[in-house]
Design a protein around this ligand. Structure first.
Ligand code: UGA
Length: 446
């Protein structure tokens, strides 16, 4: 009989994982402690913007016409405990307020609520990004709290999906990593992932600490790559070089690769920044802090980008933001997402606002979230409206919509046709031809 799967926590990770499990043919029950989110999901609606996710959900959510009916949602822990053979824990692990460490309270609460409901054989699989050592600790909690005792096991299975590509990354992962303590756990996970394994996704079996570390190591490497190219951008600016050309040229070396070498205002979002900080904090607790001091530099190069962008904008408007209209194109931390958590674009917008600039923001999908976080900024309904009267335009999130703008039309409505490309993504020639002064980070001023 097919395995029954539960997914605990229905944010980005959980909602996508639940829908993907249903797509793979399993009966799935998703749980969230937020009843509004559950009500939304039950109607086949997604609480965030993620391309393809709503379609996938609607193909499986019970009660939606034409759906497989394999996916249901609940707020009841009892129901989840009685239903599942395999329970995926997908709750978030944000940065703690005022410190670097990761806040484990949601994960801990999920285990405390789930374990007492496990009266028969079950595999609990942690997917959340956690400090190394958490799985061992949580396995002990499970053993203590689950009525079924040794019939309940833990595995750790980190997730590598990217926002904007969540559905594809989940259905066709470039690797599946499992930290297990028994062959039985490995076998169950091979059964869960039989389809992607058959399609060729590598299946890496490890112990708990290695599996936990794979995730933080991967995100640290990606963050390091971005900060490396941003450090090169700083040097290029000082030396008159062109970082885009440099990235292209070093990227031809297969050992280096071209991906994640886009210089700009740096990385943000709900993962990379908090993960490198939590990793440093955890290494400190383990007495291995020296090994990760370079991540402090990675973080500081990254944060410096935002300040640098503000400086360039101030320079562009003549040395002071007072009385100047600044347009910010982009609010999300990256395109194809409505996520504004730790968004470099909004951070820059906020800093300029605090320094007296009149900031107007436009973003294709992130307006509602941005407004909630920064209610004092102005928001325009279109890019054209946002640019009206601008003394400088900042391109801070590389949405396709911005690459397709007509610079000539925008030049007609701007007070000064001046643009700073914080993502090195616009066609400089095109903008200059339309009369704009175009400047980008890490590139010469033509
Ligand atoms: C990241 C990882 O890429 C995923 O593999 C991981 O699963 C996820 O975190 C997570 O831990 O959950 P995500 O946060 O969706 O995914 O975003 P990325 O695509 O990694 O981009 C992160 C930031 O780096 C964005 O602000 C982006 O604009 C910036 N970036 C990316 C650059 O500045 N330059 C680049 O070349 C690439």
């Amino acid at each position: 009989m097919a395995l029954k799967i539960t997914v605990i926590g229905t944010g980005y990770l959980g909602a996508t994982h639940a829908a993907a499990m249903a797509e793979l043919g399993f009966e799935v029950l998703g749980l969230d402690i937020d009843p509004d989110k559950i009500a939304l999901l039950q109607r086949g609606e997604v609480p965030m913007y993620e391309p393809g996710l709503e379609d996938l959900l609607r193909r499986h959510v019970a009660g939606i016409e034409g759906s497989s009916g394999r996916l249901r949602f609940t707020t009841s822990w009892e129901e989840v405990g009685a239903f599942g053979d395999v329970h995926f824990v997908c709750v978030n692990t944000p940065q703690k307020h005022g410190e670097y460490a990761c806040d484990m309270s949601y994960v801990d609460a999920a285990f405390e609520a789930l374990a007492p409901q496990l009266h028969g054989p079950a595999l609990v699989v942690g997917k959340s990004t956690v400090p190394v050592g958490s799985a061992a600790r949580l396995a002990e909690r499970l053993a203590k709290l689950a009525p079924a005792g040794e019939q309940v096991e833990l595995a750790w299975n980190p997730e590598f999906l990217r926002e904007g590509f969540a559905v594809d990354d989940t259905l066709h992962p470039d690797r599946i990593v499992v930290g297990v303590a028994s062959e039985r756990a490995e076998e169950l996970l091979r059964e869960v992932y039989a389809t992607p394994i058959a399609e060729g996704s590598p299946f890496v079996v490890a112990d708990f600490p290695t599996a936990e570390l794979v995730k933080t190591a991967a995100n640290s490497f990606l963050a390091t790559k971005i900060s490396f190219i941003n450090a090169m951008a700083e040097v290029c600016e000082a030396a008159g070089g062109d970082v885009v050309k440099l990235a292209e040229a070093i990227g031809h070396d297969e050992r280096i690769g071209r991906k994640f070498l886009r210089a700009g205002i740096g990385f943000g979002g709900g993962c990379l920044p908090k993960d490198i900080r939590a990793f440093m904090a955890r290494a400190g607790e383990l007495g291995a802090d020296q090994a990760l001091t370079f991540l402090r530099e990675v973080d500081s190069i990254n944060m410096r980008r935002r300040g640098h962008m503000v400086e360039l904008a101030r320079e562009a408007v003549g040395g002071s933001f007072l009385g100047k209209v600044v347009t910010v194109l982009g609010a999300t931390f990256k395109p194809d997402s409505d996520d504004v958590r730790d968004s470099p674009a909004l951070n820059v917008a906020g800093q300029i606002h605090l320094q007296g600039g009149q900031v107007t923001v436009y973003d294709p999908k992130g307006m509602d979230n941005a407004r909630r976080l920064f209610p004092t900024l102005n928001y325009a309904p279109t890019a054209l409206e946002a640019v009206r009267g601008a003394h400088v335009v900042l391109h801070l999130t590389e949405w396709r919509e911005f690459r397709e703008l007509d610079p000539a039309r925008l030049a007609d409505v701007a007070a000064e046709p001046r643009i700073l490309d914080g993502r090195n993504a616009l066609d400089a020639e095109l903008w200059r031809k339309a009369g704009w002064t175009y400047r980008a980070l890490g590139r010469p001023n033509a």
